[in-house]
Write a protein that binds this ligand. Structure first.
Ligand SMILES: Nc1ncnc2c1ncn2[C@@H]1O[C@H](COP(=O)(O)OP(=O)(O)O)[C@@H](O)[C@H]1O
Ligand SMILES: [Mg+2]
Length: 763
């Protein structure tokens, strides 16, 4: 795995270093421009050199030019190869714009190369045809024939010269006899003849070169070199005819012949004839040209190769320069586009802070500017949105804090009456974790609210409120519920449900009202009770023995009066004790002892019931009003006994007959961190579930003889001690009620050894 990854990494690193180098070297515009200018200058110089002397160029210069060309070609080719490798790698890496870049480079290069190739082919063809026509046979013959023409011309002159000299010689030979007789006539005769024949220069000279008659100067034999002259004379002697002194390349042509008449005297005739000077120079040049032509024709193939080489190098140079320029411009063109693409990718990933550079005034620059404007606008909008969101969030947080702070339950519902935003009090009051049930319909979770929800839907404009009793965990709570619809125009967008637990308030109100009634009744009834009772007892004592008819009736009636008055007295004293519940006098008491005493009293009153109390010797000292706690315990034990006896039969009898215990009452004390709890559990019929929440209210009783004050008093005592009274039913495994457990829960602070509060002095 590692061995496969390592080369890739190494290659990537290499590529990175290469592109860094490229940015420094290959992309340097100065280098590019320099190389391109050098290429153009060099190729121009080569072209000019070729044009000036296409065939006769100095080979040394050609070689030097080719070398210089190569010096530019090689780095250019290297750089281009390098650029192409970079481009290829960028494409492989999928860099932004690399595809477009490659395509542009290809296009540019093609555009640059295509004309170069066309020109190259065209020039090669032209060159081929040019050279071919240069060396065509017609040109060759024309050249050769023109040389022949000039030669013919000279030959004609020579023939004319020969005719001249022959005629002049025969003239002299014919008149030789006369002239010999009169030698003084010779010059006249000679000059006349020369003139008649139209000869330019003629003279007669002896074998030593001395001129006897005729022209002196430029047309005399004295101009000839002695060697030439001697050679000519010896040839005449041998061949005996006319001899030409020189043929070509001179200003004139000359001929010499022997005058036969002076046989013995050895005299010679010298005639010269000038040649046209322009014709001569023409001839010279033509000859040179033809010679050169013939030489070149010999070297033709070698030269052609050289020419092609030079041309090829120049073409290559121009081609490379074109490709390089193509690369350079493609690079320059693509750079802003690549930047734009990369920037768009970053914007796509959420980075709105990107900006691209924009140069110039062209469309790409406009695009870059628009892009920057767009991202700027987007960024500003996003910032505004974020800010707005932050404010909304802050407001929401504040609202939530407020909602959390209030003791009332508040639930925000959406238009579909689904839970949206509950506060903690709502969850606490309903005994349901509403946070985990957001999105559910409120009517499914709290069916008691259903009816009210229907009402508000029928009449959303009004605020609705009502007291709703909900039952949770064997407890009924009375909630004051208010419901209001949130409306936007005529449309309901949600609801706000607020509610408060008014159970305790209601109880307190009722308790207060009853206490007031109790006080009045006690006051009004208690006073006449004692005289009534005393009077009834007196009547009975005094008159029973005097009654003769039906003394039993009298006895029963007075007895009933006394008993009922007694009952009423107890009732009234209970009333007044409830109404005038004094503040507890806190003292250190052993809770176990208090329980034991209460159980002892009850056990003697209800021998049929089995009492269980875990015997523990370690006292549990608490700060409490021992009298009140004892009263509370007695009340609870009495209730338990009443419940068990109630179960036993409608008349409550048969228990004394003693066939095993009718029921069990178990008293336990739990002492833990949370506090101290005294629980009294019985095996009776259990608490009436339908009125469970009201049992602790005064005067709520299910018993015919009950006052309904027992639990109310216990509750009052517990509240005065900072604790509470808890009622619950016990269930058997078949989920049937198998008794009630009533608990007195004291807070942990009630412990005497831990409690810090001062013990009030006992009165
Ligand atoms: N241990 C219990 N088992 C069953 N019901 C009980 C028990 N304790 C109290 N109750 C119910 O609570 C009611 C109220 O009790 P209480 O306030 O003591 O009044 P009273 O005893 O005068 O009826 C009783 O009438 C009875 O129905
Ligand atoms: Mg009672």
């Amino acid at each position: 795995m590692d061995s496969a990854v390592a080369p890739v990494r190494r290659r990537q690193r290499l590529m990175l270093r290469l592109s860094a180098l490229a940015n420094r070297v290959a992309l340097s515009s100065r280098l590019t421009i320099g190389l391109t200018i050098a290429a153009v200058v060099i190729s121009l110089a080569t072209a000019i050199n070729l044009a000036e002397s296409p065939l006769g160029a100095d080979p040394a210069i050609n070689v030097a030019l080719i070398l210089i060309d190569l010096m530019v070609v090689l780095p250019l080719a290297g750089l281009i190869a390098f650029r192409i490798v970079l481009l290829w790698s960028a494409r492989r890496q999928g860099k932004a714009g690399s595809r477009l870049h490659a395509r542009l480079v290809l296009l540019f290069s093609f555009v640059a190369v295509a004309p170069a190739i066309v020109v190259a082919v065209f020039s090669a063809a032209m060159f081929e045809f040019g050279i071919q026509s240069w060396f065509s046979s017609r040109v060759g013959t024309a050249l050769r024939e023109s040389v022949q023409i000039t030669e013919k011309y000279v030959d004609e002159h020579i023939i004319a010269l020969q005719a001249d000299i022959r005629n002049l010689a025969s003239d002299i030979n014919e008149s030789a006899l006369e002239l010999m007789s009169e030698p003084q006539r010779l010059p006249d005769f000679f000059n006349r003849r020369v003139r008649e024949r139209g000869i330019v220069g003629a003279s007669v000279f002896d074998e030593f070169g001395r001129v006897l008659v005729g022209n002196v100067g430029s047309f005399s034999p004295a101009n000839e070199t002695p060697a030439n002259l001697r050679a000519a004379i010896s040839r005449i002697r041998r061949d005996g005819d006319i001899v030409l002194v020189a043929r070509r390349g001179e200003h004139n042509i000359r001929a010499i012949t022997r005058l036969t008449i002076f046989f013995d005297s050895n005299l010679y005739l010298y005639v010269s004839r000038p040649i046209e000077p322009t014709l001569r120079s023409h001839m010279m040049r033509m000859k040179e040209a033809v010679d050169e032509y013939l030489m070149l024709e010999g070297q033709r193939s070698g030269m052609q190769i050289g020419y092609f080489l030079l041309y090829g190098v120049v073409s290559l140079l121009l081609l490379l320069a074109a490709v390089w320029l193509g690369l350079y411009f493609a690079n320059r063109m693509i750079r802003p586009i690549s930047e734009l693409i990369a920037a768009s990718e970053r914007v796509g990933k959420g980075d709105l802070s990107v900006r691209v550079r924009s140069f110039g005034q062209d469309e790409v620059a406009n695009l870059s500017r628009s892009f920057n404007q767009m991202t700027g606008e987007l960024e500003r909008n996003r910032e505004e949105l974020v800010e707005a969101n932050r404010q909304v969030e802050a407001r929401r947080e504040f609202t939530e804090k407020v909602l959390e702070g209030v003791t009332a339950g508040v639930i925000g519902l959406d238009a579909g009456r689904r839970i949206n935003l509950p506060n903690r009090s709502a969850s606490d009051l309903l005994g349901i974790d509403l946070e985990s049930r957001i999105g559910e319909k409120i009517a499914d979770i709290v069916p008691e609210f259903g009816e009210m929800m229907d009402r508000v839907e029928r009449n959303p404009a009004r605020r609705h409120g009502s007291e709703i009793v909900i039952h949770r965990n064997d407890r009924a709570r009375t909630l004051m519920v208010r419901l209001a619809a949130e409306r936007l125009g005529s449309e309901t967008v949600g609801y706000v449900l607020t509610f408060d637990d008014i159970t305790d308030l209601q109880q307190a109100q009722r308790t207060a009202a009853w206490a007031d009634v109790a006080r009045r009744i006690a006051h009004e009834i208690k006073n006449p009770l004692t005289p009534i009772q005393l009077s009834a007892e007196r009547l009975r004592r005094k008159y029973l023995k005097h009654i003769e008819t039906d003394p039993e009736v009298f006895d029963t009636c007075t007895d009933t009066i006394i008993r009922q008055v007694d009952d009423i007295g107890r009732l009234v004293s209970e009333f007044s004790s409830f109404a005038r519940m004094p503040a507890p006098r806190m003292k250190e008491n052993d809770l176990r002892t208090l329980c034991r005493q209460a159980i002892f009293l009850e056990r003697s009153a209800h021998p049929a019931i089995a009492y269980e109390f875990a015997k523990s010797q370690t006292p549990l000292h608490v700060l409490c009003d021992g009298h009140q706690i004892g009263q509370a315990l007695t009340n609870l034990l009495q209730n338990a006994a009443n419940a068990i006896e109630e179960q036993g039969g409608p008349e409550g009898s048969g228990l004394d007959s003693g066939s095993g215990p009718a029921g069990t009452i178990a008293v336990t004390i739990d002492d833990d961190e949370a506090g101290i709890t005294v629980s009294i559990a019985d095996t009776g019929p259990g608490l009436p579930t339908d009125m469970l929440h009201r049992l602790t209210e005064p005067y709520v009783s299910t018993r015919a003889k009950g006052t309904g004050l027992g639990l109310a008093i216990v509750r009052k005592i517990m509240e005065d001690h900072g604790g509470e009274l808890r009622l619950k039913n016990d269930y058997s495994t078949e989920r049937k009620i198998c008794g009630a457990t009533v608990s007195m829960a004291f807070p942990a602070t009630v412990r005497a050894d831990k409690a810090a509060r001062p013990v009030p002095a006992d009165a």
